[in-house]
Design a protein around this ligand. Structure first.
Ligand SMILES: CC(C)(COP(=O)(O)OP(=O)(O)OC[C@H]1O[C@@H](n2cnc3c(N)ncnc32)[C@H](O)[C@@H]1OP(=O)(O)O)[C@@H](O)C(=O)NCCC(=O)NCCS
Length: 252
């Protein structure tokens, strides 16, 4: 059952949100959601993802099982702290993003709990990265029955090569489960955070690790700024080369 890394398409957003919601199930997700998400809320979350899909400086990847055709993993890479004014952005598709539009928060979400979870993670990211340009991994998710087959590594490999080519750092917040995987790809721990579930009626703590990877080779980031945004999701040939063959978003 070979896995293949492919660029995500707009139509994959529904499956991407579904995979994410399954992969992130657990005691923290239970706290962050008052109840299971309704179909209507789920559809709105998908719409939100679609609106963001063509944002410049983002790359969406999926991993497909070539025997079944099933999408088994997905993630988004985001370029952070790059100057948009220095770019020529070609937007296409259904890009009607309103930058001032707040992200949709389903009524099933416990907003104070979500803020308590994500607030410190966001703050840590800002403190650690400052204004330096970097590539950020957003919600890498693999369906449980397809984990440990190399799907996550395929998505990571693309990002590592991209960051090295651009000569920029990479930053992410890791779950406990993913930490050994990121360490294998050269990420180093820069800070550890804990989300205490007990004030929210849960048990134990959820450990998150802020991880950084320095570029191994590459040119100065400024040399790549223009190419970075031109080769964003606005153009479908952004990913370049042949696809590889080998191997708290919005949880429901
Ligand atoms: C972390 C995750 C994305 C890895 O995806 P993957 O497709 O299994 O990745 P790979 O097969 O390339 O890497 C496997 C490694 O990841 C870790 N891992 C993956 N699934 C695991 C599981 N169910 N239990 C424990 N460790 C796991 C292990 O370190 C594993 O290496 P090993 O098999 O040699 O021990 C996936 O497990 C997942 O979606 N987890 C839930 C959501 C999550 O934590 N995402 C990361 C957010 S930062």
């Amino acid at each position: 059952m070979p896995l293949r890394l492919l660029p995500m398409e707009l139509e994959d957003c529904h499956e991407w949100v579904r995979i994410r919601s399954i992969a992130y199930r657990g005691p923290t997700s239970t706290i962050v959601h008052h109840r299971r998400m309704s179909d209507a809320s789920f559809a709105k979350v998908v719409e939100g993802q679609k609106k963001e899909f063509y944002e410049p400086g983002t790359w969406h990847w999926k991993v497909v099982d070539m025997d079944s055709g099933e999408m088994v993993a997905a993630a988004r890479w985001c370029a952070q702290n790059f100057s948009k004014s220095d770019t020529e952005i070609v937007r296409s598709g259904s890009d009607d993003t309103d930058d001032n539009e707040p992200p949709y928060i389903p009524p099933e979400v416990n907003v104070p709990a979500l803020s308590a979870l994500l607030g410190p993670l966001r703050q840590a990211g800002e403190e650690i990265m400052g204004a330096r340009p970097y590539l950020m991994l957003d919600t890498l998710s693999t369906l449980p029955e397809h984990q440990r087959r190399g799907a996550g590594s395929m998505i990571l490999k693309w990002g590592v090569e991209k960051a090295d080519e651009m000569g920029v750092e990479m930053y992410l917040t890791s779950s406990s489960m993913a930490r050994p995987l990121y360490e294998r790809w050269g990420f180093e721990v820069v800070r550890e955070l804990q989300f205490d579930r007990t004030p929210w009626g849960g048990e134990g703590v959820d450990r998150h690790t802020c991880m950084l990877r320095k570029p191994i080779k590459g040119k100065a980031p400024t040399d790549h700024t223009r190419g970075l945004f031109i080769l964003s999701n606005g153009e479908r040939d952004q990913h370049g080369g042949d696809p590889c063959v080998c191997s708290p978003g919005n949880p429901q």
